[in-house]
Write a protein that binds this ligand. Structure first.
Ligand SMILES: O=C(O)COP(=O)(O)O
Ligand SMILES: [Mg+2]
Length: 226
């Protein structure tokens, strides 16, 4: 008998249906039945991964907002300054642009550190304004994220591992984009799904042909303890 390894899973691009959007329902049972901690590490706002854990039925171990918010199940850590990202959003709007999510903006509404901008919005002015405020813009393939250069998913993961007693060397991580590179660097074994961007592929120990949840499900099948 070998034990299941702890998992670190990204959401968008990794748990998604083959067409790229929406969580593939086939991932729910394997994640719920996994016999080791599962950390959800995402660029999405804090409530999204918490809700995912809730609906899957697993403990809430969450790195949200690309490491800006970390939840160990007991304590929440905020590791980035929301004010700078908000100032960038204000300036971007004042220059005549829009974050691109509609008036009620449920993408940013509950964000506590960084800001996300729709990929259809102009990138260059966003980058310029962000740079003026000492922030970076990363493109996950799902949104532009205006964030501190400092916190990242990997650091958030270290906080959780420390608190919960997970050995990162034992962890298997699956991801698809630039915001997963720090995760890949932090864990013992990293896998990029076939749809991953070049940075994620370059950082991963292994790159799959299978895309989205098809790839992730294949990894889970392969690394599951027996
Ligand atoms: O929020 C995004 O842009 C991407 O989210 P992810 O980190 O779960 O892939
Ligand atoms: Mg992703």
């Amino acid at each position: 008998m070998t034990a299941d390894p702890p998992l670190v899973l990204d959401i968008d691009g990794t748990l998604t249906r083959p067409e790229g959007w929406g969580i593939d329902p086939r991932v729910f049972d394997p994640i719920r039945e996994w016999e080791a901690p599962v950390v959800i590490a995402t660029g999405k706002a804090f409530p999204y991964p918490v809700a995912l854990c809730h609906f899957v039925g697993i403990p809430e171990l969450v790195v949200a907002e690309n490491g800006g918010v970390v939840y160990t199940g007991d304590d929440v850590f905020f590791t980035a300054d929301r004010e700078a990202a908000r100032a960038v959003a204000e300036e971007y709007r004042a220059a005549g642009y829009d974050l691109g999510w509609g008036e009620e903006d449920t993408v940013n509404r509950w964000r506590e550190t960084e800001i996300a901008v729709n990929l259809e919005q102009p990138l260059e002015p966003l980058r310029e304004i962000a740079a003026d405020h000492g922030l970076e813009v990363i493109d996950t393939g799902y949104a532009y994220h205006v964030k501190d250069t400092d916190p990242n998913k990997g650091e958030g993961l270290e906080t959780i591992a420390d608190r919960v007693g997970i050995d990162l060397a034992d962890c298997v991580a699956v991801g698809d984009s630039v915001n997963d590179v720090s995760t890949f660097e932090a864990v013992g074994r990293s896998v990029a799904v076939g749809n991953a961007d070049e940075l994620a592929k370059a950082a991963a120990d292994e790159v799959l042909d299978a895309v989205h949840a098809d790839g992730t499900l294949a990894v889970l099948e392969r690394v599951r303890g027996s």
